[in-house]
Design a binder for this molecule. Structure first.
Ligand code: HEC
Length: 113
């Protein structure tokens, strides 16, 4: 193999790698990590499950609206988590990634997506 051919295959490998990375990002948005989201829903402090009914997480909290009924999309869930709303506290200790996973989970579990 000549040096030139080798350089070419390296470029192709790099290009495929970058494309793979961006495809993975897209796939993540379409296919939320339901298990991680459910765990956060039940284990966040305070637990979303305490105040919200969500069939997928087998929760029956009645302080906040039934998520199965209002079917919030991910952006709406994210806003509520970040800023709080009414009696619901803002979650300042969750990471961006956790908020993203949780928001995508709620949207998907309620059929908003
Ligand atoms: C202390 C009880 C409580 C906890 C804990 C709680 N919520 Fe809420 N949540 C509420 C109440 C009350 C509302 C309605 C607020 C209003 O409209 O005045 C609400 C509203 C919402 C809404 C609708 C927002 C909108 O735009 O109308 C979403 C989505 C939501 N909560 C998701 C969550 C998630 C996800 C968690 C966990 C990270 C969580 N909540 C934790 C009480 C709570």
């Amino acid at each position: 193999m000549t040096g030139k051919a080798l350089a070419g295959s390296w470029k192709r490998a790099l290009c495929t790698g970058l494309m793979g990375a961006s495809l993975y990002g897209g796939a993540q948005a379409a296919e939320p990590d339901m298990e991680a989201g459910r765990a956060l829903f039940v284990n966040a402090t305070p637990a979303c499950a305490l105040c919200h009914t969500l069939d997928d997480a087998q929760s029956s909290g009645a302080i906040g609206p039934k998520l199965d009924e209002i079917k919030p999309d991910a952006a709406r869930v994210e806003t509520a988590i970040r800023n709080g709303i009414g009696q619901m506290p803002a979650y300042t200790t969750l990471s961006d990634k956790e908020i993203e996973v949780l928001a995508a989970y709620v949207a998907k579990a309620t059929g908003a997506q």
